[in-house]
Ligand binder design. Structure first.
Ligand SMILES: [Mn+2]
Length: 296
């Protein structure tokens, strides 16, 4: 299989071989509905280029995460004009590596790519939960005339009748807030992040099925830390607190696939795409070597 012209990280060719790789990077340069600053289409390419500056040794895990093998697939760039059909191309494209048993890390692109990726994961893995890191609830039924908007991603996932947990939310409309209350949707609000304990997070996670899809919208982070995103919101997570949550997640759940979305490369702010690359690499490490849970 011929992969992306800029494969993830500076690996030996053998470590990039699809047949032996434990994990695959799936670039999805999809952008049709972003509403403020555009540019997430360039996200995957920028993250892949930045990934070449990653040190392969991970000091926390004490290993070379890349030794598990990380293949990079070609861009999954839908051809259909109609958005519903385009998103279905993403679902179909993600099915093959998931069926091959690979841990799939999709790189967006806007958040609209998540519902078809989750649909593919549900087809392959059955009952799954969806864990969302995000500043925005993304629960609109339709936004700017489209049910496929990036502002509707989690609503479309509710349509799939999967349990969810949202973390870091600090921007939502009145109807979205009403929906959260009506359906009793689990949310850890952005304002709760500074005092969030491992116990609380683990208790919320325990309500999800054992298998989880992780969607990570980078605007979850404080924009002072990661500014290159289309719809920044103040507040949000920092690096080490976020890694602590992710480490706990991978310790107590089987994360079956994940995405990192909404990176909007901006000249002079290249730390943002490097942070996204580093986040993906960290998750590959946590996934391959689930650490012992902190408490049992
Ligand atoms: Mn989002």
């Amino acid at each position: 299989m011929t992969g992306h012209p800029v494969p993830f990280a500076d690996l030996d060719p053998g470590e990039r071989d699809y047949s032996t790789a434990r994990s695959v990077i799936l670039p999805v340069p999809y952008e049709r509905t972003t509403c403020w600053e555009k540019g997430t289409r360039q996200g995957p390419d920028a993250i892949l280029r930045a990934s070449h500056h990653l040190e392969l040794w991970d000091d926390e895990l004490g290993l070379e995460i890349s030794s598990q093998g990380i293949a990079t697939l070609p861009d999954l760039d839908p051809r259909h004009e109609e958005q519903g059909e385009a998103l279905d191309e993403i679902r179909v494209g993600a099915l093959a590596p998931m069926r091959d048993g690979k841990f799939v890390v999709a790189l967006g692109g806007e958040h609209s790519i998540t519902p078809p990726l989750v649909a593919a994961a549900k087809e392959v893995h059955g009952e799954i939960g969806v864990l969302q890191f995000d500043a925005h609830a993304d629960l609109r039924d339709s936004y700017q005339g489209s049910p496929y908007s990036h502002g509707c991603a989690m609503r479309r996932i509710l349509d799939l009748e999967l349990p969810t947990l949202a973390v870091g939310i600090r921007s939502l409309s009145t109807p979205e807030a009403r929906l959260v209350r009506q359906r009793n949707l689990p949310v850890i609000w952005g304002r709760e992040l500074p005092g969030l304990t491992a116990e609380r997070f683990e208790a919320e996670l325990s309500e999800l099925p054992d298998r989880v899809y992780l969607t990570f919208d980078v605007d979850y982070f404080d924009p002072g830390f990661l500014p290159a995103t289309g719809t920044p919101v103040p507040g949000g997570g920092d690096w080490y607190s976020t890694l602590g949550l992710l480490r706990l997640l991978f310790a107590v759940k089987e994360v079956v696939a994940m995405d990192v979305v909404e990176v909007r490369p901006t000249p002079g702010l290249h730390a943002s795409e490097f942070i996204a690359a580093n986040l993906a690499y960290k998750c590959l490490g946590y996934s391959a070597t689930p650490p012992a849970p902190s408490r049992r």
